[in-house]
Design a protein. Structure first.
Length: 258
């Protein structure tokens, strides 16, 4: 018999940015562990296709999706109105939606850098706040924020992205302490280069890819399911005494020395 500490049966998870890449991998991971999932993403067509595919792949689980751009305040509100209309049952939140435009610091337009913060930080903060009343209904619930190694050290992603992810990591620590008494654990993961649509452009350059691999002790690019596995662990009852942590999923990048 499977130890219930390693299962998510009867739990419902909201995953933002859930139609591709890490978000989709997280959805598959949590469904496989017994959770039902609610997906949010901007592209309605892709999201609808993903909803159908996951429902077919996991017929015993509930898979629902709503097209929403979480960088827009009214659409964040609409997302939680939708959840409340469906009964308001929520045990897990994965803030995965993110964006970036990589430039030198002096080359950003104001709208560009503010947009990065809006999606990567402000949306996550507001979604956590909206989720709090729902999560606190349960004796044990969890939030996992998808940060980045760029929030822990300098990488070539641009200053706004790194700053927004650093702030997301600190938000994770603050909420973990503030909401522990409400039965809500709050953790983060910090990926390095993961094989997704967003990283495909940068990694298409052989020279750049070789530089990335040279700084990665494991010598390869990570896969979305490897990040999803870390997210899933932080959601599990087995991680019941883990809060305020940020787990790097980076092939050793942050520990590299010379």
């Amino acid at each position: 018999m499977t130890d219930p500490r390693w299962r998510l049966d009867g739990q419902t998870a909201l995953i933002t940015g859930g139609s591709a890449g890490i978000g989709l991998a997280v959805a598959r991971e949590l469904l496989g562990l017994g959770a039902d999932v609610l997906l949010a993403a901007r592209d309605a067509q892709t999201l609808g296709d993903v909803e159908d595919d996951l429902a077919e792949e996991f017929p015993e689980r509930r898979v629902l999706a709503l097209a929403a751009d979480v960088s827009i305040a009214s659409e964040r509100q609409a997302l939680f109105d939708w959840i409340e209309d469906g009964g308001g049952d929520l045990h897990l939140l994965v803030n995965n939606a993110g964006t970036n435009v990589s430039r030198a610091a002096m080359d950003y337009g104001e709208e560009e850098w503010r947009g990065i913060f809006e999606t990567n930080l402000f949306a996550a903060f507001e979604i956590c706040r909206y989720a709090h009343p729902l999560l606190s209904r349960h004796p044990a619930s969890a939030i996992v924020n998808v940060g980045s190694v760029s929030g822990l050290t300098h990488v070539r992603t641009g200053a706004p992205y790194g700053a927004s992810k650093a702030a997301l990591h600190q938000l994770t620590r603050n909420l973990a302490c503030e909401w522990a008494g409400d039965g809500i654990r709050v953790n983060a993961v910090a990926p390095w280069y993961i094989r997704t649509r967003r990283t495909a452009g940068a990694l298409a350059s052989h020279e750049y890819r070789e530089e990335v691999l040279a700084r990665t002790p494991m010598g390869r690019i990570g896969e979305p399911q490897e990040v999803a596995a870390a997210v899933a662990f932080l959601c599990l009852p087995a991680a019941s005494y883990v809060t305020g942590e940020c787990i790097a999923v980076d092939g050793g990048f942050l520990r590299y020395g010379f």
